[in-house]
Design a binder for this molecule. Structure first.
Ligand code: PMM
Length: 275
């Protein structure tokens, strides 16, 4: 099982990636920390809760969200990345733009988290290959403005795996070495699609790259819980973390770190006695 990623220490368990959304319109944090000081303070709090890695993003990808300009994305993301790196954090940048990835890597980010898997910006894969940083390729069928119209599958598990295998080939052909794959829960997927993918995490792990799972506070958990608002979906998120860790995921991407940090330790401890 390809659970480790070059350039990142083997923690002997699934990593917890804490989300630092530096956006005024993020669906789940309502822009509580949409500025530099707020973003940095939030990152610090997530580190204190046990985050292994902080994912800094400046463009909301919630369904229907409008795109922000590259300048605005740079303005939001780069100072927060630089400040958190200066505090010793391991940082990834959540962006589909090569120029933003480049500025964030320059500021010390070690992983590029691209929800488009290299499809949004043709300069992305060559940049990552040249920079020698890690790369997350997520399953994606188009920008958030109209992605839900693309949530059409005959067999969602087979199609997501096949499309991810294409992105894997494109990334490796471009020279990307340290590649993580992600099924992209909620991206051109309805709730049934998300559950089908979570039921078959083994098929995603079988793609033979480290796996990242991002279920945190997503709408399908709210649907399950009778329409509960985003910030009240963290226990369900931690339950998904258990499933992901048991499947051997490299990392989970979450808003509320502590519960998932505890959960990945429970799963790791359980695995120790069965070796
Ligand atoms: N989900 C969101 C944003 N970025 N990145 C990866 N790799 N995987 C995801 O599932 C993912 C992502 C949307 O969630 P947010 O708006 O709460 O950050």
């Amino acid at each position: 099982m390809a659970r480790q990623l070059g350039g990142f220490a083997d923690l002997g368990r699934t990593r917890v990636m804490g989300i630092v959304n530096v956006t005024p319109d993020s669906f789940s944090d309502g822009g509580d920390h949409g500025d530099l000081a707020g973003g940095v303070a939030h990152g610090r709090q997530l580190l204190a809760e046990g985050a292994d890695l902080l994912d800094v993003g400046g463009e909301s990808t919630r369904p229907g969200a409008l795109r922000v300009s590259e300048d605005e994305e740079l303005r939001r993301v780069v100072p927060v990345v630089a400040a958190l790196v200066a505090e010793g954090a391991e940082v990834s940048v959540d962006t589909t733009r090569a120029a933003v990835a480049a500025a964030a890597v320059e500021a010390g980010a070690r992983l590029v988290n691209d929800v488009s898997g290299g499809l949004a910006d043709p300069a992305m894969l060559p940049f990552v290959a040249g920079a020698g940083v890690g790369y997350v390729a997520m399953h994606w069928r188009g920008h958030s403005t109209d992605m839900q119209s693309r949530a059409v599958y005959d067999d969602v598990v087979a199609e997501v795996c096949a499309e991810l295998a294409e992105r894997r080939a494109a990334a490796l052909d471009a020279g990307v070495r340290d590649l993580v794959l992600d099924p992209g829960l909620g991206f051109a997927k309805n709730a049934d699609h998300n559950w089908a993918l979570l039921r078959r995490l083994d098929a995603l792990v079988a793609l033979d790259r480290p796996l990242l799972v991002g279920a945190s506070r997503k709408g399908f958990l709210g649907d399950l819980l009778g329409g509960r608002p985003a910030k009240q979906r963290d226990a369900a998120t931690a339950a998904v973390t258990v499933l992901a860790a048991q499947a051997g995921a490299w990392a989970v991407r979450v808003h509320a770190v502590r519960a998932s940090a505890d959960a990945v330790r429970v799963v790791a401890r359980l695995g120790e006695d069965s070796r």
